[in-house]
Design a binder for this molecule. Sequence first.
Ligand code: ATP
Ligand code: MG
Length: 433
Amino acid sequence: MKHPIRQTVLLNSIPVRPLHLLKHIGRLADERGVSVYLVGGVVRDLLLKRENLDLDLTVEGDGIAFARLVADRYGAGLAVFERFSTARLAFPDGLKMDIATTRQESYAQPALLPTVQPASIEADLSRRDFTINAIAAQLNPQQFGRVLDPCGGQRDLRARTIRVLHAGSFQDDPTRIFRAIRFEQRFGFRLERATVRLLAQAASADLIQGLSGPRLQNEILLLFAERDPVRAIARLGQLKLLRFLHRRLCYTKDVEDVLAAVPKALAWWARRFPDSAIDRPMVYLMALSSKSSSTVVAWIIRRLALSREQAKHMGFVGRRVDRALKKLTDKGTAKPSQVYRLLADFSDEALVLLLAKQRSMQHGAHVSLLKRHLVAYVKNKAVKTALTGRDLQAMGLQPGPQYKAILGKLLDARIDGTIKTEADERALVEKQL
Ligand code: ATP
Ligand code: MG
């Protein structure tokens, strides 16, 4: 009897608990009379021996019904997205899994989301983005570990190549342009020749203009969340893809220098302030925009449909950072309270950008001075006055705008260390009166 080609070995490198779960899911699939596969990024990463526990499953049959069955058996949380025939499961031990129905897609209009119909696993694989992401491994017990690779994904993994599945791929879905660069950069692969040409054609046909703000934002920020965004950005520049942020985006040597200084600035920040959660992709976007006009920045904010908070970070990139840097490295700004006032409304992301920008100017003394200012500033953010508005009222002061001024003076004096106690504060208030 001939056995199907198996790569049980492949699946056996999955950690023991998820592996157990997958085997059991394969048995459930037999009970249901459906075929179930592990598919996409996780299979690619297994073949590359890279850890990945984003378990994507796809079912030839009713994926959602099957997901309900699995969720029932395991007491897993279930979220169903009917429109995309997918469901997300959250298992009690924290493991997450997506289960989809194998499907075909048709694109009524380029760059818009497709309509989907159920289809065979082969058809499902052939609607995917790149050959390396179009490999499946079956989970049903008799076929456990059987690899389906109709598009030559394993060959391209060995050749370290990113290749689209057909000539219209980027037209169907221009997000694949950014995905191609994301995988190329992440794995250190190369875009296959025809794929580069198709990508360049798609880019020059302005298909990316058709992408909605949220989708473009998602792609850009995912790319900037990779390990080496500086190189990824350089690659975008090389492929003329930065003009999709704005055609007058200023991407000069100076900007490259600021970008190149971001990783070290982020690393310093993380070492100094391990508890602060920095939005790293955002810092790269800010650095990339750091020499563009405020009109261009405002346009990018709209184009990418940035949230209010993201837009606030972007508001620092131009003149505000430059002005702050100038003052901070000026001898006249010596008092801690001055530094505090100067930086008071800066986001942490803007502070990291400040440091990156200073580093890019290669003025060592100023970099150390700025670091000292940043450390002092972050410490001083925790300083509070003992007295409040109510205390001022009790001291006989009429409520009004002067409260803010007086409390501000008290805070400055606390930060500068010229007063230390509540009694000092009271004395200072009395003196002001
Ligand atoms: P990552 O490790 O970044 O998550 P991934 O390959 O898992 O990479 P996902 O975005 O999680 O990427 O998508 C899972 C799978 O879905 C992909 O491997 C691919 O097969 C398919 N896919 C995702 N996005 C697209 C797309 N835009 N066009 C075609 N297929 C896609
Ligand atoms: Mg994934």
